[in-house]
Design a protein around this ligand. Structure first.
Ligand SMILES: Nc1ncnc2c1ncn2[C@@H]1O[C@H](COP(=O)(O)OP(=O)(O)O)[C@@H](O)[C@H]1O
Ligand SMILES: [Mg+2]
Length: 306
């Protein structure tokens, strides 16, 4: 879907992206992670030509991005930023309809997509379509940003730290919703973050950058089991260590599941059940007190790998 071939970006004699090559597959959730200044945003923006590259090639569906018209790129590649900018004098419906209108989609289709997508990201359309941006919380605005990016039905969506300004609870919820949304709409998503937990939770594959270079690319499991070098190990080990009981891994989200464990169940017991169940409920005194997913266990293991 997207291929980087020996891509370099320089500002003057400063190299900020240094000869990187990799491929992103169709339908993949691809996470780019790294410390501040490592070149993540630059890498992302070179894809939709917001930043021109200095050397090398980026191919989109087999064709160099430089062969596409700029408008074409902007419309066919959705883009979600850390602080999404909505037009304050327009309703949510008007805000998310701008690009589809420019693309001359029929009003009927735009209306239908607006309703479907808002409901999908947990913003009931009856309530939200006619609200104005200042009547929304930060988390709700980010959700609108995701909907706006999806309205033009682009095959690819670029997301640059879209949840990093949110409180931890809204952030977890948006991550969960994005995972669900991705499984329904099957887009290629390229997601930049500097948070390793977020990367492990969301990514089909992760690309770890450092000083403009790629330190490692692979599945979350491979980062935990076979880190390439000390930089990768250290980067993975930033989170705190906790004890290996279900209660320390669970999260408080609302998902239906048929498998259950007690709060003091071991990580091993939990993991066995996760082979067949996407989520496991943690039950104490006949009440569900939390839920564990595979990503939660991976996150725990990554913290211990150090
Ligand atoms: N327009 C610019 N001119 C000069 N240096 C820049 C410019 N934009 C970004 N940089 C530098 O490029 C490096 C990578 O930036 P960026 O891709 O934004 O990093 P990240 O998103 O990983 O934090 C940083 O050192 C940054 O200061
Ligand atoms: Mg950045």
């Amino acid at each position: 879907m997207i291929k980087f071939k020996n891509v370099t970006k320089r500002y003057g004699d400063k190299t900020v992206v240094d000869n990187i090559s990799f491929e992103i597959n169709e339908g993949e959730f691809f996470v780019i992670i790294g410390p501040s200044g490592s070149g993540k945003t630059t890498t992302l923006k070179m894809i939709n030509r917001l930043i021109p590259l200095s050397e090398g090639f980026i191919y989109f569906k087999g064709k160099p991005v430089s062969d596409y018209k700029l408008d074409e790129m902007r419309w066919d590649i959705g883009y979600v930023l850390q602080q999404i900018a909505l037009f304050p004098h327009m309703t949510i419906k008007e805000n998310i309809s701008q690009v589809p209108l420019m693309k001359k989609y029929k009003q009927e289709r735009i209306d239908k997509d607006a309703v479907t997508l808002l409901n999908m990201v947990g913003l009931p359309s009856d309530d939200f379509l006619n609200r104005y941006p200042d009547e929304l919380s930060g988390g709700q605005k980010q959700r609108v940003g995701v909907v706006r990016a999806l309205m033009a039905d682009p095959p690819i969506i670029l997301m640059d730290e879209p949840f990093s300004a949110l409180d931890p609870i809204s952030r977890e919820k948006l991550q969960d919703d994005l995972i669900r949304l991705q499984s329904e709409i099957k887009k290629t998503i390229i997601f930049v973050t500097h948070d390793i937990s977020e990367a492990l939770k969301l990514g089909d594959r992760i690309c770890l950058m450092n000083k403009g270079k790629i330190e490692q690319i692979g599945t979350p499991e491979s980062f935990i089991n076979t880190p390439n070098n000390d930089f990768v190990k250290t980067f993975m080990g930033n989170a705190v260590q906790t004890e290996r009981y279900a209660r320390n891994i669970m999260r408080n989200i609302n998902v239906e599941t048929t498998a259950v464990v007690a709060p003091d169940a071991s990580l091993q017991d939990v993991y066995k059940l996760l082979v067949e169940h996407a989520y496991i409920a943690v039950i104490e005194h006949e009440t569900q007190i939390g839920v564990i997913s595979r990503a939660d266990v991976l996150q725990q293991l990554s913290q211990e790998a150090m």
